[in-house]
Ligand binder design. Structure first.
Ligand SMILES: Nc1ncnc2c1ncn2[C@@H]1O[C@H](COP(=O)(O)OP(=O)(O)OP(=O)(O)O)[C@@H](O)[C@H]1O
Ligand SMILES: [Mg+2]
Length: 762
């Protein structure tokens, strides 16, 4: 057997072999932190530690899967599948399933996704007769989520002066009461939301010391990846579990803490030394992922933040190419520019699609890239946004599954009681819901027992309600008898969903049927895999896996060799040969909300650092000078972050940046960019000014449209959205004269001259 320890450098090796006692591995991006965790587990297994005595918490389920595979190749036959390895949410959901009765939840509790939670908040706000405009479900939920992650219960919330005054300031003084009702409703429905999984684990460990003890004994070794992004709730769970043996190894990088908006506490990593006196610290300094240029550029970015833990990061890989900065006229042109670049690079260097990633600040930016990629017929996969499991038909079927395992699940019930249509209208549901609220029972219990008079509905309606109950009860009765796949297929057809979809003969309708079939295939595959692992493949386990998927996990079999599109947040921990960071503009990245707060700005800068450090060989940054925001064309300036990168690692046309020459120079950042264009060499240092609203037009694009008679074949023109191009043909009579223009990046377009604003280039 090869010696796996030879595949590590000295610092990494020490971090791997010193398995006893608390260890902190703190190191920059790409230095092998995740590799250390992987090899440490392999090493423990090699030392005959039983796999089920190891608890390893990863950022995504996919990361856990890949680590398991790697471990299996390093140490061979060991049963890596019985490691307790996965995200916080999936591991503790598993534990809660065993222990749910202590907390008064059914072991088949179901999990609310964000939409369910929002719907519940909406109905509570309505019931409380609050102003629905002031109490936006998203804002209310994020207040509730923050409380849960800080382990603040509804009772504590009501007494928490800071929270109460913050709520008052945001015109939502009743959040504490909504929170309380929200908790009660979830409990009644036998459901937990994401934050509850952690909160309830904490409650379990706090109130049932013998159960805590059981798990303290179960895990001899605990490991956490991406520790800088743990919240208080996660921190405390780990602390409790490690209390006795203190065999805890956490790895992280304070410079990559990017989830504070979800309650992550950078302090957890900083306080490790206080929590575990006598801890060992391992510093990894060599970056194995990226070229020297990329590592050095990234270091120069993070240097601009105050208060980072001082770290050395160097690379001995090739010096590599400078980071390219590309300017686009518009977001549309940006799409074409990047797509063309990928196309050419792939041909020229014979790279694969999977070697390319396009990373953006917000999901909405994906659209123009999707369009450009589709036009060029390049395969891509997109993470986040409307993922497979968020599609309507899939959510409908999943809601039937949820009801089958947990009929108390109120949001699932509301979703499908009248889908497909069975004549159970809103008025009826209002009556049923009111009866449930009045009696403190679930809707399901009301449906089971209530009479027509109690509900104030006619006999016909009652019959329909009973038919629905009977349908779900029949599914539930088969839970034990049928495999997950058989039951799922039965539900898809007996619920009427398939019949309903077949009625829609459009292409979209066909697509929906394909999606349902795809889901059923997935369940079949799930059943087979679980059986091979010796686990009974029940619908309950399947639902749990689906509910706990993260953005990165959302990858199908045929997604392997495709261009990746994702937000920078979900790119954490990943690496690609070529990375495109797009939309690097003031007001977008850094985001508009962050520019007024130093703290928020530093988090954005860490996000930028994360983005750049995903690249192995080439990093490209692009910005567009105009883009549509909320339906309006707005002009933008290149981001200050471009100015953060030390000029010697950049390749930028200085002219592109000077177009944002400030009028007044407060808080300016002097930069002397490397010159690549034909550019007067005596140009003074370029100053960028970042005060003022980033969405205000600061640049004058000077699109004085040319008159139609100036537009003749051969003329070079510039278009506001498509950039530069050459006229190749003109046809038609005024006022419907059309020009065909071959744009440098956006391809060939036919434009109606009375509308198209074209500028003649000389
Ligand atoms: N000693 C080594 N020899 C060869 N390759 C290595 C070594 N250490 C790390 N690598 C490789 O370098 C890359 C980065 O490692 P890894 O992903 O573990 O870094 P990381 O510190 O977890 O990064 P991030 O902070 O982005 O999560 C991986 O491809 C890994 O396999
Ligand atoms: Mg990592």
């Amino acid at each position: 057997m090869q010696n796996y320890l030879d595949e590590l450098n000295e610092a990494q090796r020490s971090a791997v072999v010193e398995t006893e006692g608390p260890s902190l591995v703190i190191a920059g991006a790409g230095s092998g932190k995740t590799r250390v965790l992987t090899y440490r587990i392999a090493h423990l297994l090699q030392q005959e530690v039983k796999p089920y005595r190891i608890l390893a918490l990863t950022f995504t389920n996919k990361a856990a899967r890949e680590m398991k595979e790697r471990i299996a190749t390093v140490v061979g036959q060991h049963n890596a599948s019985s490691l307790w390895m996965g995200t916080f949410h999936s591991i503790f959901a598993r534990i809660l399933r065993f222990e749910s009765k202590h907390l008064g939840y059914p072991s088949s509790f179901t999990i609310y996704d964000t939409t369910d939670s929002k719907n519940l908040v909406k109905s509570i706000v309505k019931k409380m007769k609050l102003n629905e405009k002031a109490y936006k479900p998203g804002s209310v939920l994020s207040r509730i989520s923050s409380a849960k992650n800080d382990l603040v219960t509804p009772v504590a919330y009501a007494r928490d002066a800071n929270r109460i005054s913050a709520d008052k300031a945001s015109q939502m003084p009743m959040v504490y009461e909504i929170y309380s009702q929200y908790m009660r409703e979830c409990y009644k429905s036998g459901v937990m939301d994401f934050d509850d999984l952690l909160l309830n684990t904490n409650i379990l460990f706090r109130d049932f010391p013998d159960i805590l003890q059981k798990y303290q004994h179960q895990y001899d070794y605990i490991m956490v990846d991406e520790y800088q992004d743990t919240n208080f709730s996660q921190y405390l769970i780990i602390k409790k579990l490690a209390e006795n043996h203190k065999n805890i190894c956490v790895v992280g990088d304070d410079a990559q803490s990017i989830y504070s908006f979800r309650g992550a506490k950078i302090e957890n990593i900083l306080n490790f030394r206080n929590d575990y006196p006598g801890y060992k610290i391992f510093k990894l300094e060599q970056n194995y992922r990226s070229s020297q240029n990329i590592v050095n550029a990234a270091n120069s970015i993070i240097d601009k933040n105050q208060g980072q833990i001082q770290k050395n990061v160097f690379s001995e890989n090739q010096i590599g190419n400078p980071i390219r900065v590309l300017k686009a006229y518009s977001d549309v042109e940006e799409g074409f520019l990047i797509t063309n670049d990928i196309y050419e690079k792939r041909m020229k260097y014979q790279q694969e699609f999977k070697d390319f990633a396009i990373l953006y600040r917000t999901n909405a930016q994906s659209r123009v890239f999707e369009e450009a990629l589709r036009k060029k017929n390049l395969p891509y996969k997109i993470y986040g946004g409307l993922s497979f499991y968020q599609r309507k038909e899939i959510k409908d079927l999943l809601a039937y599954f949820r009801l089958t395992v947990n009929p108390a699940d109120q949001e699932a019930l509301k979703r499908v009681i009248n889908y497909p249509a069975r004549g159970i209208g809103k008025t009826t549901m209002d009556k049923v819901t009111a009866a449930a609220d009045a009696s403190g029972k679930t809707i399901w219990e009301i449906l089971l027992n209530a009479s027509a008079t109690q509900l104030n509905v006619n006999a016909g309606t009652l019959k329909k309600l009973h038919a629905f109950v009977a349908l779900i009860a029949r599914f539930a009765a088969q839970l034990e008898q049928l495999s997950a796949y058989e039951l799922a297929a039965d539900i898809a057809s007996a619920s009427g969903i398939m019949h309903d979809l077949h009625g829609d003969k459009s292409i979209e309708g066909q697509g929906r049927i394909d999606n349902i079939n795809e889901l059923l295939n997935g369940i079949k595959d799930f059943s087979t895999t679980k059986q091979e692992e010796g686990i009974t493949p029940s619908l309950v386990t399947f639902l749990e896996e689906v509910s706990l998927l993260t953005d990165q996990d959302n990858e199908g079999e045929d997604d392997i060799n495709k261009i990746t599109l994702m937000t920078i947040h979900s790119a954490k921990g990943l690496e690609f040969k070529n990375v495109y960071i797009v939309g690097v503009e003031e007001g977008l990245f850094p985001s508009l909300q962050s520019v007024d707060s130093e703290k928020a700005l530093e988090e954005e800068r860490r996000l930028f650092y994360v983005a750049v450090t995903r690249a192995e060989e080439n990093a490209t940054i692009s910005f567009a000078r105009s883009r549509y925001k909320y339906g309006e064309l707005t002009y933008s300036r290149p981001s200050r972050f471009i100015g953060d990168i030390d000029q010697s690692y950049l390749e930028v046309n200085a002219e592109d940046i000077t177009s944002v020459q400030p009028k007044n120079n407060t808080a300016s950042i002097p930069r002397n960019f490397r010159k690549v264009g034909n550019q007067p060499s005596d140009r003074p240092n370029i100053k960028m000014n970042y005060s003022g609203s980033p969405t205000k037009p600061k640049i004058n694009l000077n699109f004085n449209a040319a008159t139609p008679d100036q537009i003749v074949p051969g003329v070079k023109v510039e278009h506001e959205r498509f950039g530069r191009g050459k006229v190749i043909n003109v046809e038609g009579l005024e006022p419907n004269r059309k020009a065909t223009v071959a744009f440098e990046n956006a391809g060939q377009k036919q434009l109606l001259l009375k509308f198209a604003k074209l500028k003649i280039l000389t």
